[in-house]
Design a protein around this ligand. Structure first.
Ligand SMILES: Nc1ncnc2c1ncn2[C@@H]1O[C@H](COP(=O)(O)OP(=O)(O)OP(=O)(O)O)[C@@H](O)[C@H]1O
Ligand SMILES: [Mg+2]
Length: 416
């Protein structure tokens, strides 16, 4: 079990949080949320002991193992993938090194024999024999098959490195698992694997993520950093959001009612305080007025991002109709008699071959002619939006279909 007692932290005079007293209970997954710069990563670093809080302390049950998702993607460039994952369980890894070093001794003595048999016993107790298959299993779940096990980390691309570091963090079922933005750079299949993994996890998970779909899937609790406090709530992200908005709304309403009541009381007091026959009533109303207390409505540090599309006219029911589109490029048939229609308010993720997706978008945007087939946009007022060129064309084009705010990270996850 991990808990905090009176944790407080500021940077350069800016207070991030104070008096944080939380018990994180095993079996739960806590989604740590808050505005950008609220102090989520800082709080995780305090929990892991990477940095020390200015006040208070972190208490971990003795003997429990804490593991974090490492942020330095280049920390193990010369190591093999399998070794990097095994390093996640530091005690087990040290024992393996110690054992191997003794076996490798050219002058292996009786004393070495005794020592190594003790280490072997400990190795078995720690589940050492299952370590490599378990590591390989996690990697496979994240889409890195056996062909990756002996590769060096420096041979991997950025997304593959992130997967190995994630496997390292979760390897050996740590008692406390801290994950800062684990879904960044992960493809949708790996995110789903991680969601299942956390769902079935028996120990404590504390995760920071800006992906509310992911938070909804995995969280049993939400820990919210706001107003320089960290408050925990039971439930997933959507439940937290709805209930906190409702609570704020109710407090706002109550304040409004109290303000109206105060106005009435003040008017009465002003009117009748000089009137001898009503002065006792005025005094009693003054007492009521003194008792009225408005709720504190502190200003949140949270800012909700949104993109506003103003429509020149309301879209009709059927936005797009595609009828039998076929396209072959360089002898490869990318689209074969494709037909579908898109209705207003549909939300569509396009999955599949990158070239086929891009070709379809280019045809629909009028940049390329299909070999056969037709398409019809319902409205002439449709516009495409250019996103930065570092994003694949298919993402830029996909904004045609998006109505309201969709996180680009989620789109790229879906399309990659
Ligand atoms: N080592 C440091 N020295 C000075 N200021 C720091 C340091 N680390 C973090 N900060 C500041 O503390 C605040 C909280 O940072 P932190 O990285 O914990 O936020 P966060 O909630 O994780 O944000 P994000 O959502 O952007 O990841 C920020 O204003 C940041 O600039
Ligand atoms: Mg952060």
């Amino acid at each position: 079990m991990i808990s905090t007692a009176n944790i407080g932290m500021s940077y350069g005079g800016q207070k991030l949080f104070e008096d944080v007293n939380i018990k994180f209970t095993p079996g739960n997954c806590y989604g740590l949320i808050g505005a950008n710069g609220a102090g989520k990563s800082t709080f995780l670093k305090i929990l892991s002991g990477e940095i020390e809080a200015q006040t208070g302390e972190v208490i971990i049950t003795p003997g429990e193992r804490l593991s974090t998702l490492k942020q330095d993607h280049y920390a193990h460039e010369e190591e093999q993938v399998l070794t990097t994952v095994l390093m996640g369980n530091e005690d087990l890894y040290k024992l393996m090194i110690e054992k191997d070093a003794i076996y490798a001794k050219p002058d292996f003595s009786d004393a070495d024999g005794i020592k190594v048999s003790e280490l072997e016993e400990k190795f078995t107790e720690m589940g050492g024999w299952e370590a490599e298959p378990e590591a390989a299993n996690i990697l496979a779940g994240l889409g890195l098959g056996t062909e990756f096990l002996e590769k060096k980390m420096k041979e991997l691309n950025g997304a593959e490195k992130v997967k190995v570091l994630l496997a390292q963090a979760i390897f050996g079922s740590p008692d406390i698992l801290l994950l800062d933005e684990p879904t960044n750079h992960l493809d949708i299949a790996s995110i789903q694997w991680l969601e299942n993994f956390i769902d079935n996890y028996k120990n404590t998970v504390i995760v920071v993520s800006h992906d509310r779909h992911f938070l909804n899937k995995v969280c049993t609790h939400i820990a919210d950093i706001d107003y320089r406090k960290i408050n925990t709530y039971v439930g997933n992200y959507d439940f937290w959001r709805k209930s906190s908005e409702l609570a704020m709304h109710l407090r706002g309403n109550e304040n409004k009612k109290m303000e109206e009541k105060a106005k009435e009381l003040k008017a009465f007091i002003q009117r009748f305080s000089a009137n001898a026959s009503k002065s006792s009533q005025a005094t009693s109303r003054q007492k009521q007025l003194d008792k009225l207390q408005l709720h504190d409505l502190p200003v949140s540090t949270r800012k909700y991002p949104y993109v506003l599309f103003t429509q020149s006219r309301e879209a009709g029911k059927e936005v797009l109709k595609v009828d039998g589109i076929t396209k072959t490029i360089d002898g490869v048939k990318l689209l074969d008699n494709l037909s579908f229609s898109i209705n207003k308010e549909d939300k569509i993720a396009l999955l599949g071959n990158d070239l086929a997706k891009t070709t379809l978008f280019q045809i629909l945007m009028g940049e390329m002619e299909p070999d056969s087939g037709t398409y019809t946009w319902e409205s002439q007022s449709l516009k495409t939006i250019s996103l930065p060129t570092t994003l694949p064309t298919s993402i830029a084009a996909s904004t045609i279909f998006s109505i309201g705010f969709v996180s680009t990270q989620r789109i790229s996850t879906i399309l990659s």
